[in-house]
Design a protein around this ligand. Sequence first.
Ligand code: LLP
Length: 394
Amino acid sequence: MFDSALISRFKGVSTPFYYYDLGLLENTLRRLCQESKRQDFAVHYAVKANTNDKVLSVIQSSGLGADCVSGNEIKKAIESGFSEKQIVFAGVGKSDAEINLALDAGIFCFNCESEQELEVINGLALKRGKQARIALRINPNVNANTHHYITTGLDENKFGINIPDLNEVIQKLRGLSNLQLIGIHFHIGSQITDLATFKNLCTRINDLQHYFEKQHLVLRHINVGGGLGINYHEPDKEAIPDFANYFSVFGEFLERRPGQEIHFELGRSVVGQCCSLISRVLYVKKGVATRFAILDAGMTELIRPALYQSYHKIENISSPYRSVGAEYNGKDLIKYDVVGPICESSDCFGKSVELPETLRGDLLALRSAGAYGEVMASNYNLREKAPSVYSGTI
Ligand code: LLP
């Protein structure tokens, strides 16, 4: 991702900053659109993964819809040029104000997560003299085999309507005349790398389709959510996720009815690899049994390692041995605990990270920071918001 010309241009930029490779984002979108069209699937970008203006504008011009989880995300999507007819609105806790905003905007569909939410949306739609299109978000109790904080489709999770409650919910729905049921929705979790997990989801959806047919309810849309993982360990080997295989699981195993539309809500796999957090080494400090490389970026710029113990590849891009491996054969690597400046022990990007000798002033790249990176930044410790820098303009 980084050639020496680019690295020398980085030298003039104050750190930390998010570096976006917009060319990679465009190529990712091209592949995504190619592969989804091949199967005649529709994709909504999960806006929560990254709401950077430039990123949203590139995604919008590729023709994707938007999956939003708050009123402000809906506003932002519309401001960024997404058509309201291609906006879906999910979330277990939609406020009345957010529902009204979505009704006024005339979004495509509310993904509803509880019986009470159905009643509230119906009441608000009635007051406005509107019909709201809704899909029932069903908790399919399918294990996503990912970190428990980003698992959403198990009985113990707060998301969706549990299958044993469906009869009651459908009974209720029949009496709510300002709602129009158009489909069902699922999202079982994030950073899913084992495609067999999605096959299990398809099997569960197939059973549920039979159930709805017995109830004489027609499902025009099946929304299978997002969740496709990316390769955090080898971001350059797999800069673009394997969309072809991912979509073919659904093409093969999901029993699609004639005229039915299949929708996806992908976030991480669209934007994950197009950004690195670039940070400078402030200090190298000897610990008792380790050596710390203390950076000027911390959990305030990239919280994923602190929150989910997640791995992000760390590269010293100032060292002459940038790509540890081929040129460097692993000689003289030194182990560092790579940490940030925040007053929390969890502010650690990686323990015992093998790097070439690392010195004060070196630039380090924390890779695969495009999804849930900039968007989860905070100003804890009253830190300034780190700026974004884009390929082609630096
Ligand atoms: N649809 C729904 C209803 C969701 O809740 C999510 C993500 C997505 C789609 C997009 O999932 P993706 O394709 O990005 O996996 N902050 C965590 C991830 C939280 C995901 C929340 N929901 C992380 O950094 O790993």
